[in-house]
Design a protein around this ligand. Structure first.
Ligand SMILES: *Cc1c(COP(=O)(O)O)cnc(C)c1O
Length: 363
């Protein structure tokens, strides 16, 4: 871990369990870059962090589940929308470590990936619960915590949505250090801009802290793909402060860091009608990257994020810039693992994702 090399005391203080393979590759997108007039366009392939399921959640879970293990947890409980990549990553990583996992889910628009992720969660042995809304999810959480505590003698370890606890965010502080090492090795010039999808903002905040500590000139462009009531600038500031506190209490040598509003300008125009509602621009971005570079994006996170990059390119804002697209989406095909899974084995409340059509833009 590059972070531990610079701050060795963190290695003793911050629980960590290895779940991924690093550094993730950086590629130059020559063909697409030429086509859209961004000659210095690069991609960071965080889809390859782990098998059978990679993506950005693995970096967070290395610290989150490290903490769960240190606390002697036997079970973890976490939250997400029905097709949550985070819940699936948690289920698979927990299983690898001999922990049971419970996913507390909320409804979302239907898509093929929702079905795949649900079946893969089942394959990983996760206990799944869907609630119609937030108040019922809160009540359900109280019930499940109690039920599991009575059953096992210990309450499950709680993981917030997206794995974005301060411990989870540290995974992306480390990712910034990893990027700096790759820049030093000549894999790409120091980026002017990083385009990044923003859900719970853990990925963003970790990178902001890491880039800040390293005094890199790189500016992060967070593209919001969830409703503003879910994540806004206050979420970013709060998580930033809490993570700096964690790092400062773990290592007195860790520098304090102030975040100023001008460091984070959230790009809000690409959400469309809401979380996981695919947009036309998002779909076009997915198709373009697939056709020119053979890289797969999704309609919920990375397609919308890439659409923001394409729009900025079209306006001529990226011409002379070194631009890095941070691909947060799992890159591995796990369909062979779920081909024999039967959705009837899922809780009844989830069956409609298999019995009703997916949203029009995903057909
Ligand atoms: C969770 C997720 C994100 C958002 O990351 P946050 O740290 O929650 O902001 C982006 N892309 C993909 C593919 C994700 O699964």
């Amino acid at each position: 871990m590059p972070l531990f090399e610079l701050f060795p005391v963190l290695e003793e203080r911050l629980p960590f369990v290895s779940l991924g393979k690093y550094p993730t590759p950086i590629l130059k997108l020559d063909k697409l870059g030429e086509k859209i007039g961004v000659p210095k366009l690069y991609i960071k392939q965080d889809g390859l962090t782990a098998r059978p399921f990679g993506g950005n959640k693995i970096r967070k879970l290395e610290f989150v589940l490290g903490d769960a293990l240190r606390q002697g947890a036997k079970e973890v409980l976490t939250f997400g929308f029905a097709g949550s990549n985070h819940c699936l990553a948690t289920a698979l990583c927990a299983k690898k470590l001999g922990l049971r996992s419970i996913s507390m889910l909320l409804p979302q628009p239907n898509a093929h990936y929702v079905r795949r992720n649900l079946l893969m969660s089942l394959h990983a042995g996760a206990e799944l619960h869907l609630y119609p809304n937030k108040p019922l999810l809160s009540m359900g959480t109280t019930v499940q915590l109690l039920r599991h505590r009575l059953k096992t003698g210990k309450a499950p370890y709680l993981i917030p949505p997206g794995g974005s606890s301060p411990a989870g965010v540290v995974g992306f502080v480390n990712a910034a250090f990893e990027l700096r090492n790759q820049v030093e090795r000549g894999e790409m010039p120091e980026p002017d801009l990083i385009y990044l999808g923003m859900g719970t903002a853990g990925t963003l905040v970790g990178l902001l802290i890491g880039l800040g500590i390293l005094k890199m000139k790189t500016r992060v462009m967070p593209v919001r793909v969830v409703d503003e009531k879910f994540t806004d600038i206050h979420t970013v500031f709060q998580l930033h402060g809490r993570t700096i506190s964690l790092l400062g209490s773990a290592a007195a040598v860790f520098p304090g860091l102030e975040l100023s509003a001008k460091d984070v300008e959230i790009v809000a125009d690409f959400l469309g009608e809401g979380y996981a509602r695919f947009t036309r621009e998002g779909k076009q971005a997915v198709t373009l990257l697939e056709e020119t570079e053979g890289i797969k994006l999704d309609g919920t996170y990375t397609g919308k994020t890439f659409a923001a990059l394409l729009a900025a390119a079209k306006e001529g804002k990226l011409k002379n810039k070194v631009v890095l697209f941070w691909n947060t989406l799992n890159a591995h095909d796990f369909s062979h693992s779920i081909k024999d899974m039967d959705y009837q084995q899922l809780p009844k409340s989830l069956h409609h994702y298999f019995e009703q059509e997916v949203q029009p833009l995903d057909r």
